[in-house]
Design a protein around this ligand. Sequence first.
Ligand code: DC
Length: 230
Amino acid sequence: MGKEPHFPDGLVITVDGNSGSGKSSLAKKLAIKLNWSFLDSGAWYRALTWATLRAEADTKNEAEVLATLSEIEIHCDSHGKVFVDGEACIDCLRTPLIDQLVSEVADHVSVREALNKRMREMACTSKAEGLVADGRDAGTIIFPDAALKVFVRAGLSVRAERRFQQMQRSGIDITLPEVQQALAARDAHDALRGDAAPHPTVQSRILDNDNKSLEEAVGCLLTWALQLQN
Ligand code: DC
């Protein structure tokens, strides 16, 4: 960026979308460009799932998951990395087991409310100028007063192809149709969460991410973000 931008303090930008839409990569890149904090709400759900398993509690049992949350300290750093009881969750969040169980944790309404509260509290104490948060309901439920709400759209086949390439690079043995089927199943499951299901608000800017490179899409977000300047 050329001249240093000046924003009002404490601004929040939310970037929501379906699984594989690219929202996390985009939100993270935007936070770096703005020198703001980044909050990956999906990683918080994953960390809570990990902590629930560590406590030998049942991810399907709402009371047990809620009790686990009340017993842990959870926060993230300005790069979005999540810590549970002071320990960085690095390799433990994106395992097949967490992939499989995280949506059970995210289905519990009281757990969502409690986790959202923790995320908001952390955002309030953040020292950075602003915060970029990504998720499914970051703009609708977690930060309803966000200054800019973005909803990232991408078709199922495009999302599947991107996820497939990522998985291949990580050495995961899976076929493209399997990836597409898993994404479709996650979309259907996410859509059952009522108000928390991924959807744009009336104020949202829609980012069509079917045919854009990462740089083009970040450029688009940055243009919208810079419009928030003083
Ligand atoms: O974006 P992700 O795959 O890391 O999300 C992990 C899970 O958490 C996924 O099942 C959806 C859920 N989630 C949610 O319900 N609400 C959010 N704001 C973020 C994630």
